[in-house]
Design a protein around this ligand. Structure first.
Ligand code: 5GP
Ligand code: ZN
Length: 122
């Protein structure tokens, strides 16, 4: 656990979240500000700041996290098959759009079109 880390506090149960899954290694919960009809965050229980910090020794739990994502997507409203599906996003570092410094996968899915984002000013 890393002090002052929001997701470590959610993992520990010190901050509430709408959890949909928990095992010995991972927790998944609904994003507080969903960007799609289904928007889950899947986080390792141990603190890792970013995908930038990953080494080959992390391949085991990272592989298990990848294998878990489609199961959670299917169980939480993403449609199956080629006409369904989901998007998996790991923002990494400030220039990668990461705001919370505890590695996490965004699982985004549900019927399109999703909420439109404003186009950047020309
Ligand atoms: P990042 O930009 O770091 O990839 O994504 C952080 C995500 O965490 C954002 O989508 C944001 O909505 C979500 N988030 C921020 N604070 C909280 C919170 O307190 N609870 C939950 N459930 N999600 C949060
Ligand atoms: Zn943390």
């Amino acid at each position: 656990m890393s002090e002052n880390c929001l997701f470590c506090k959610i993992v520990a149960g010190d901050i509430p979240a709408k959890k949909v899954y928990e095992d010995a290694e991972f927790v998944a919960f609904h994003d507080i500000n969903p960007a799609a009809p289904v928007h889950l965050l899947l986080v390792p229980k141990h603190h890792v700041t970013s995908l930038q910090d990953i080494t080959p020794e992390d391949a085991g739990w990272l592989g298990r996290m990848m294998a878990l994502a489609p199961k959670l997507a299917a169980e939480n409203g993403c449609n199956p098959g080629p006409d369904g599906g989901f998007r998996l996003v790991i923002n990494s570092g400030a220039e990668g759009g990461q705001e919370i410094g505890h590695l996490h996968c965004h699982i985004l899915g549900g019927p399109r079109p999703w909420q439109k984002r404003a186009a950047p000013a020309a």
